[in-house]
Each structure stands twice: as structure tokens, then as C-alpha cells.
Design a protein around this ligand. Structure first.
Ligand code: SAM
Length: 273
């Protein structure tokens, strides 16, 4: 069953000679049932503005449009622009393509005051960096209503990790502090062209309306120091930030290790700093 009357993605890729580039993290999803499933994780998209990073040949973009969204898509690879223009012509006025680098994009300005949803099959080389910048957005609650993002499975596990697990680190603290993050489903390598080496996973994050009060940048520094030497005791790993004296202020045992601290305890430490 087709979701629109546009040509199949394989044909689009052939016609526009879109051979995947590893340097741009290009692993394309060509099954429109699957891109539809990713888009549905973002909830009701009727008349919703969605920002998509890295539309590539437009598989996920088409699913978002078919579900009623207005899409702003940022793509760095100029080879994809002609293919995206065809989608834009088909869905008159509902797809705006921005040729550029997502890392240089002011997403809040793009949203222009409306509460957007961000949906993307992220290029693996910039995915974490983009997520951290969205998690550190100011003011909070942020300019987005939700993030629905595809990552490598291992990164997804770090985003939803709880204290005590090996995957728990800076990403888990920041995501858990400001959002409710959950894994929705896995996508096997063979669903992509070309197939990546590892399984991918879709994560859905919804901003908490009132996270514990804390300066995001300071929390970032504390977690970076603490997890930078995760096997060491905190008195050692956060020595440069005040070590034992800082830990004493908030009543945390200096012999504990970073991975045993709850998000609340990290927030207490950051506030004491
Ligand atoms: N959305 C398409 C799909 O699901 O089939 C493509 C996903 S592919 C994993 C990642 C896409 O991000 C590619 O189209 C790539 O060219 C684009 N990309 C890579 N780095 C980017 C950057 N810094 N800014 C914007 N787009 C980027």
C-alpha cells in the first residue's frame, strides 16, 4: 500500500544518483510502512509543525506529510535537494527545505514561537550533540513539544539509563532531569540502505513541565567531571569542582561513584556548586 502517489524511494535514489555517503551518516529508510511507524510515535501530527533533521531522499518526510504535518527539513547534502523539491511540489506549501548544517541551525528561531515536534532519523555522527543542545535549551519548557529520534541502540540505552547501570552517564542525567524519555521500538540493520553495523532504536522524549530547579550548564559540568572518571570515587573525580568539601555540603558519601548517584543528587551537587 502506498502512502502517496510519489515514486518509490528506490527509484528516487537511482534517478538522483543518491549513493549513500558514510561521512554524512547516510543510512536511508526506504520502507514507507516503517517511516510511517516512526512518524506515528510522535503522536497526532495533523496541522502540527514538525522539524526534521536530515530528510535525505525524503522517506520519513513523506510519512510526516502523509500524517498531516507541516514540515521544516534541514539537509546538509545538496544532492538531496532536487528529490526533496519533488515532495515539496506534491505537498504544496507544506514542506520547507533548508539547505544547511543542523549544527549551525537555531532551532528555536525556526520554530518561530509555535510548539513544534522534532522528528528525525539522525545522522549518527551528530545525533548526540544535537540531543544535548536540545536538552540544554533555555528557556524551559522549551520550544518543542516532543523529540522522536532514531539513534544507534547503544545511544538510546544511554538516554533512558537509570542509576546503577553501565549505560548511566551524562546523557541519562540530562535527559532524565528535563524529560520523560522512553524507548519505543528497534529497527534492524537490514531495514536501511546501506545497512549500518548495529541495531537502531527510536526514542521519544517529552519535556517535563517543571524539572528540579538547576542551572543546566553547571549540571553539565558536574556530570562531565563525575562520569569522566566513572570508576573513581567522587572525591577524586570531582576534585576540581570542590571534591570532598562540596560533597559534604550536600551530605553525599565521598567514596561513592558517579553511577550510583540519582538525578536528584546530581542536581543537589550542581546547586551547591
Ligand atoms: N531521513 C532519511 C531517512 O530516514 O531515510 C535519512 C536519514 S540519514 C540516517 C541522515 C541524514 O542526515 C542524511 O540525509 C544526511 O545527509 C543528513 N545529515 C548529515 N549530517 C547533517 C547535518 N550536520 N545537518 C543536516 N543534515 C545532515
Amino acid at each position: 500500500m502506498s502512502i502517496d502517489s510519489l515514486p518509490p524511494l528506490r527509484e528516487v535514489i537511482q534517478r538522483h544518483e543518491l549513493m549513500a555517503k558514510k561521512s554524512l551518516g547516510q543510512n536511508f529508510l526506504l520502507d514507507l510502512n516503517l517511516t510511517g511507524k516512526v512518524a506515528r510515535q510522535a503522536g497526532d501530527l495533523k496541522d502540527q509543525t514538525v522539524i526534521e533533521v536530515g530528510p535525505g531522499p525524503g522517506g520519513l518526510t513523506r510519512a510526516l506529510l502523509a500524517q498531516g504535518a507541516n514540515v521544516i527539513a534541514i539537509e546538509r547534502d545538496e544532492r538531496c535537494l532536487a528529490a526533496l523539491q519533488e515532495i515539496s511540489d506534491h505537498y504544496q506549501g507544506r514542506l520547507r527545505v533548508i539547505a544547511g548544517d543542523a549544527l549551525d541551525t537555531d532551532f528555536s528561531a525556526l520554530a518561530g514561537g509555535s510548539n513544534v515536534k522534532i522528528v528525525a532519523n539522525l545522522p549518527y555522527n551528530v545525533g548526540t550533540q544535537l540531543l544535548i543542545s536540545w536538552l540544554l535549551s533555555e528557556p524551559w519548557p522549551p520550544f518543542y513539544a516532543s523529540l522522536t529520534l532514531m539513534f544507534q541502540r547503544e545511544v538510546a540505552e544511554r538516554i533512558v539509563a537509570r542509576p546503577g547501570s553501565d549505560a548511566y552517564g551524562r546523557l541519562g542525567v540530562l535527559a532524565g532531569w528535563r524529560t520523560e524519555a522512553k524507548i519505543t521500538f528497534d529497527v534492524p540493520p537490514q531495514a536501511f540502505t546501506p545497512p549500518p553495523k548495529v541495531t537502531s532504536t527510536v526514542v521519544h522524549l517529552v519535556p517535563r513541565v517543571a524539572p528540579l530547579a538547576c542551572d543546566a550548564a553547571v549540571l553539565g559540568r558536574v556530570t562531565q567531571a563525575a562520569f569522566g572518571q566513572r570508576r573513581k570515587m567522587l572525591r577524586q573525580s570531582i576534585k576540581s569542582l570542590g571534591g570532598e568539601a562540596l560533597l559534604a555540603k550536600v551530605g553525599i558519601d565521598p567514596t561513592r561513584r558517579a553511577e550510583t548517584l540519582s538525578i536528584e543528587e546530581f542536581v543537589m551537587l550542581a546547586n551547591a556548586l
